[in-house]
Design a protein around this ligand. Structure first.
Ligand code: FAD
Length: 447
């Protein structure tokens, strides 16, 4: 399929690779230019929604409904066209991209401006057993899958007489102590601890003692949460250890073959849950472009977000190396904070270029970080002010709900939290969601 030449629409075509933070906000920022006939916009993404990743830990823990942390692209971008597919190649010299569409076709799309907004993927290492047993924590599918998996493991532990299976079911290992790993583990541990109270035998005796669960956080460096100062990182380690979480610093995962976890400090144990949150690398598509890349594989952008030496190619977010003008010589960190702001400026700069105006540079000093450590627990460092415990958790919630795209989603999330005040969180596992045809197949096969 070739969609290149026969397009009668003569407006400059802005093609956005990726519909995450940067893709959504850049397309949204171009709505006025589209309405005034200055351009048309296509967003290409395999998913039809943008994921608000900072809420993934709460979605995994059942504090918010998973559907409420994603935003349907077609609904919020009525002025743009959304194509579900994966861009596999960008040929900027010829202004074309190759897309593997959801329908299974290969399409070639032409463009006048391209925005590389493909974000990042988990940065993995060639550790034996990791690909077979590990799961990442970047997408809503992973958050829902992990939630169901953790609750399934409690079901399994309560229903088996096999001590070895029970031991493996109750071991949960997270590798990587950045905010994604720490928040995901803290929220899930909190949820699992709460869920344990509902496991009782017919005499009413508890079937799972929370102390029997083993939650292990493995971090290769000497500290966790590099986004905040060292004392805040130490405070977080203490909080986690007080909850019985085994935080292992300066430690690496060596092997996970057959679900047997081996750490380089000599610890070995079976675990059915292995979550990999040890950093990110640019989406693989950026390596298949004719755009300049830095030594980390990111697209090299100027401060005005145009790609160096590539007229009308733009890049921002996790897959781009954007100079941080507030810290000369350094680049912006991969964070939502930068992604959203860069996307807004990028859209404005494309519009400026369309109108023949001068571009502006991106300049934003990181304001800090807020992280949840489970219900009513958190850590925050904003504008240099350090906050711990309940106030930090409250800041995390209020900050992120204020940043959540669309009023609709903000209201739904606040409603989820309000309902949880009265009815507590949901702890039901819908593990069978992942094989919805299984029961029918069994019945149909036996009939
Ligand atoms: C659990 C978690 C918690 C986080 N918490 C915070 C936080 O508290 N504060 C903060 O500032 N940051 C946080 N972040 C980081 C933040 O979410 C990212 O920095 C941000 O999402 C980057 O935006 P992006 O647009 O570059 O990438 P993304 O939002 O990841 O979007 C990339 C999009 O590109 C699409 N894509 C990928 N490859 C292709 C392709 N070949 N073709 C077409 N489309 C493609 C993907 O499907 C995706 O939709 C968190 C991240 C995680 C995982």
């Amino acid at each position: 399929m070739n969609r290149r030449s026969s397009d009668p629409d003569q407006r400059p075509h802005v093609l956005i690779v990726g519909g995450g933070y940067v893709g959504l906000y850049a397309a949204f920022g171009l709505r006025r230019a589209v309405r005034r006939g200055r351009c048309r916009v296509t967003v290409v993404d395999p998913r039809s929604y943008m994921t608000y990743q900072p809420f993934l830990p709460e979605a995994a823990a059942g504090s918010v409904e998973p559907r409420h942390v994603v935003v349907a692209l077609r609904k919020v971008l009525p002025h743009a066209s959304v194509l579900n597919g994966r861009v596999t190649k960008v040929d900027h010299a010829n202004r074309t991209v190759t897309v593997d569409t959801k329908a299974g076709d290969t399409a070639t799309l032409g463009y006048d401006h391209i925005v590389i907004a493909a974000g990042s993927v988990s940065r993995t290492l060639p550790i034996p057993g990791l690909a077979e047993h590990g799961i990442g924590f970047k997408y809503i599918e992973e958050a829902i899958g992990l939630r169901n998996h953790v609750l399934d493991q409690l079901d399994l532990a309560a229903s088996t007489a096999d001590a070895k299976r029970r031991e493996a079911a109750l071991r949960f290992v997270f590798v990587g102590g950045g905010y994604a790993g720490v928040e995901a583990m803290s929220e899930l541990e909190d949820m699992a601890r709460y869920a344990c109270r509902f496991y009782r035998d017919s005499a009413g005796r508890p079937q799972i003692d929370p102390a029997e669960m083993g939650w292990v956080l493995v971090e290769a460096s000497e500290r966790i949460l590099p986004e905040v100062d060292e004392d805040m990182g130490r405070y977080t380690v203490e909080c986690l250890r007080d909850r019985g979480i085994d935080v292992r610093l300066s430690t690496r995962l060596v092997s996970a073959v057959d679900g047997r976890i081996v750490l380089d400090d000599g610890l070995e144990f079976p675990a059915s849950t292995l979550v990999w949150t040890a950093g990110v690398r640019p989406s693989p598509v950026v390596a298949n472009t004719d755009l300049p890349l830095d030594d980390r594989g990111r697209v090299r952008a100027q401060a005005d977000l145009e790609v160096i030496g590539a007229d009308r190619a733009w890049a921002a977010g996790d897959c781009a190396a954007v100079p941080d003008l507030t810290r000369p010589g350094e680049f912006c960190s991969p964070s939502a904070q930068h992604a959203v702001r860069q996307a807004r400026l990028l859209a404005a700069n494309i519009d400026r270029r369309l109108r023949g105006k001068t571009l502006k540079n991106y300049r934003h000093a990181n304001v800090g970080s807020v992280a949840t450590l489970g219900l009513h627990k958190g850590v925050a460092q904003v504008y240099g002010v350090k906050v711990r415990g309940w106030p930090a958790w409250f800041m995390h919630r209020t900050y992120h709900v204020s940043r959540m795209p669309t009023l609709n989603r903000k209201i739904r999330i606040v409603a989820d939290w309000t309902l949880a005040l009265f009815f507590r969180r949901e702890v039901v596992s819908l593990g069978s969601l992942h094989q919805p045809r299984e029961t029918f197949r069994e019945v149909a096969g036996s009939g």
